[in-house]
Unconditional design. Sequence first.
Length: 324
Amino acid sequence: MTAIVFAGQSYALADGESVLDALLRAGHAIPHGCRAGVCQACVLQSDEAPPANAQRGLSSAQKSLNYFLSCQCQPPAPLSAQAVDQAGQRVTGVVREKSWLNQRVLRLRIEAPLDFKAGQYVTLWQSAQLARSYSLAGSPNPQNLLELHIRHYPDGAFSSWAAEQLNVGDSLDIQGPLGQCVYSAPANQPLLLIGMGTGLAPLCGIVQDALTQGHSAPIHLIAAARNTADLYYLDELSTLAAQHPQLGITWLAQHANQATPPAVAIGDVYAHVKTHFANLKGYQVYLCGAASFVTKMRKQCFLSGAGMADILVDSFVPFAATKT
C-alpha cells in the first residue's frame, strides 16, 4: 500500500486504486471526465517524477513539469502532488448553432479561438467538475467554428445537459485540441476511412482536409451504424462525393429500423470490409468509433495488409459511471 500527499494531507491508496479515486474518496473536488487518460481533465503536478504510464499522451512540456494523469496513476511509492491551474489551458467558446442531425445526434457549432487539425478532439467543460471529450467534425475555417456531433444518452450527464439546457449564445470552456488521427498521407496513397456512429464526425474533417490539399488517389469512406436511423449526413456527403470523383462513400447499417434510403446497404461492417477491401497493402486507414469497434477493425485491417503505422485511430472511450 502506498500514499498520495495532497493539500498537506497524506491519503493511503488501496490496492489497485488510482490517485484520482483516492482523492475523490477523501472529498477533494478533482476535475475528471473519462477516467481513461484521454480527456486530461484530471491532470495534477508532482514534486517528483511520476510513473511513466501516468504521463502517456501528455506533451513533452507537460512531462518536463511532472504533470501526470491522476486517473492512470497508481504510484509504487508515496507521491506528493498539487492541483494544476487548468484555466490557462482552456479557451472560452460561444455556441453559435444547435441542431439535430438525426433523433439521437446533436450538432453544436461553437466559435472559439482554437488552432486544430481535422480529426482531433477537444474536451468541453460544463462546470468545474463535469467535462467530456468529443471529436471535431470539420476543418479549420476563417469563422473559428468548431463542429461537434454529440450522441445524446437520456442518462448522460453531459449530453443531456447539452441537449436540454445549452442554448445558442451560451459560453463554455474548451480544452485541447488533442489526438493524432489527422490527414498525413501523400497525395497518391489510397485512403480507407471507416466510422461507426458518430465516429463519422472526425472523418468528415479528414476527408475535407485531404480534398483541400489535393489528394488525388481514391478515398473510400464507409459510414456505418447499428441501425438505419443512426446514419446521418447522407445528403451533405453525397454532394461532396459528386464534386470529387476520387471520393467514394458507402452507407452501411447492420439493421433496418425505418424506411431504408436507396443509398444505404444493410449488412455487417466487418464482413463488408473483408469482402471489398481484402488487400489493404499500401493504404492509409482511419478508424473512428467505440473502442471495441476500433480494436477489432484495426486487427482486421492489419491482417489484410495495412501497415500498423498506417492505421490511425480515434477511439471513443466510455466515461465513468454514466454515459455521456
